[in-house]
Design a protein around this ligand. Structure first.
Ligand code: ATP
Ligand code: MN
Length: 479
């Protein structure tokens, strides 16, 4: 007999047929004559109820059927008489595939803390919360590829190992095959990277952007969606050492086109979640509301599904860095010195507390900030005519802070080289990047969207380590 996926079963309207399901026991309860087993196979948040009538199958059949055990069940699919579920399977044959010792299995049908679940990340897929997150994560990956594919973008695999450290996006992890106890030294007594595997010093990439630019300046519209690595020792709820980034790069796009693309894409993928993940979103919404029960009304977050709708339905606010600084300087928390970093004046780098003030308190909407001071942004961003700001764009989201960082790129060879010299970026190392400005250079723009930050937003989860299956963070590389 062919196995039916539980998600398909639960959408059926025909009853009385014999079915075969397989899955893991989420719960069992019962009485003297009958047992009810909740079975889940990962295909959806809901379980199928298995009814085990002892009169037909004997009480012994329940032996070993504990939470966490895997089962194969054949039986009749019937409309359910009890409340709580639309249908159930009246078991005719139950096979215990793999037992789970109830004294040792760490997951029980109760709420476990997210911290505890992080320690058992190998098993947390079996919880409702991580099942929901895993399905939503898949849907969002799919939505991203769909979005770009439908619009004529090409997906580019940019390298994971790179020799360029000009990005300045963050500290890098070095890649080497040298013996750390006995590295090969040159005449000056420094490590001789010419003898290393690649013949030069190499690292894990912090971004695929520079290579995506090369592709965009021939293919027109491209995007990367790959792993990126940052060795920052930032133990926050928004930073991982290994995360996935979506980086579109588009020839002939200027900053406004870039903002339009990012806003449209964020709305598309959010709508995709609403259209395709409603059961899981409803579960996560309830979960969040329960978690925040103890909080004061004004500290509670907006209901998850309403929040997602508000992103789709409202235009993002667009303003310049200079305007943002004025708002922040005159804000209550700044005047009362309640920010950890008080904004003194123009030129200050915005911290997450400032970003969140703008989004959550002042505008109560996503904000796109543009035209940042050149000094606090990367070398490749296009210089404005004022000579002091660059065509940068950061998108700030409620509850998250920065979700997107992007810019129009500097396409003028002379301006770019001047900037690199000022920032001590060696021209020899970047000859290939500069070549695109030497031959057929055009205005172009792109951005980086942190996939896990997007996941935080869509799921309403509070810690980035809970929206990736196996998080990598300082002192954390288990599993
Ligand atoms: P932040 O200021 O929040 O540390 P950043 O300015 O270093 O971010 P960018 O270099 O602009 O970030 O990277 C583009 C996007 O990648 C960010 O907008 C964010 O969504 C995501 N991102 C950056 N660093 C991390 C990280 N350590 N973990 C997860 N996502 C990240
Ligand atoms: Mn940034």
């Amino acid at each position: 007999m062919k196995r039916t996926i539980i998600n398909e079963l639960l959408h059926q309207n025909e009853f009385g047929n014999k079915v075969l399901v397989k899955g893991w026991v989420r719960n069992r309860r019962g009485s003297k004559n009958v047992a009810f087993v909740a079975l889940n196979d990962g295909s959806c948040i809901n379980n199928i109820q298995i009814v085990v009538d002892f009169a037909n199958l004997g009480e012994e059949v329940m032996e070993g059927i504990n939470v966490g055990a895997s089962l194969s069940v054949e039986g009749l699919l019937m409309e359910s008489k009890g409340g709580g579920q639309r249908m159930e399977i009246i078991a005719e044959k139950i096979t215990l595939l793999g037992p789970a010792d109830p004294n040792k299995y760490p997951l029980q049908p109760k709420r476990h803390s997210l911290e505890f679940l992080r320690e058992i990340a190998h098993l947390r897929f079996r919880t409702n919360t991580f099942g929901a997150i895993t399905r939503i994560r898949h849907a969002m990956i799919f939505a991203v590829h769909n979005y770009f594919n439908d619009r004529g973008f090409y997906n580019i695999h940019t390298p994971i190992i790179t020799a360029s450290d000009a990005e300045g996006a963050g500290e890098m992890f070095q890649v080497t095959t040298m013996d750390l106890k006995n590295p090969i030294l040159n005449e000056e007594g420094n490590v001789d990277y010419k003898q290393d595997f690649f013949g030069k010093k190499t690292n894990l990439t912090v971004s695929g952007q520079l290579e995506a630019e090369l592709a965009a300046l021939a293919m027109g519209r491209v995007y990367t969606f790959g792993p990126t690595f940052r060795a920052e020792n930032s133990n926050t709820t928004r930073h991982l050492a290994e995360f996935w980034m979506i980086e579109p790069e588009v020839a002939f796009n200027e900053l406004t086109d870039n903002m339009d693309l990012a806003e449209d894409m964020l709305k598309y993928v959010t709508q995709y979640a609403l259209d395709n993940c409603m059961d899981d979103l409803q579960f996560l919404s309830k979960r969040l509301q329960e978690e925040e029960k103890g909080k004061k009304a004004e500290e509670r977050s907006m209901e998850l599904i309403a929040k997602l709708h508000s992103i789709v339905d409202n235009d993002f606010v667009r303003l310049t860095y200079t305007e943002a600084i004025d708002i922040l300087r005159n804000s209550k928390p700044n005047k009362k010195k309640r920010f950890n970093y008080v904004i003194e004046g123009w030129g200050a780098d915005l911290q997450s507390e400032h970003e969140r003030y703008l989004v959550e308190k002042h505008f109560k909407k996503p904000v796109i900030l543009i035209d940042y001071p050149a000094e606090i942004k990367a070398f490749y961003m296009r210089m404005n005519d004022d000579g002091k700001t660059v065509r940068a764009m950061d998108i700030l989201f409620p509850g998250i802070g920065e979700i997107v960082g992007g810019s129009q790129r500097e396409e003028r060879l002379d301006v770019l080289m001047e900037k690199m010299a000022a920032m001590n970026i060696p021209e020899e190392e970047m000859w290939w990047f500069l070549d695109t400005r030497r031959f057929g250079s055009v205005p172009h723009s792109g951005f980086g969207l942190g996939f896990e930050r997007l996941m935080l937003f869509v799921t309403g989860m509070g810690n980035i380590r809970d929206v990736i299956p196996f998080p990598r963070a300082p002192k954390q590389a288990e599993f």
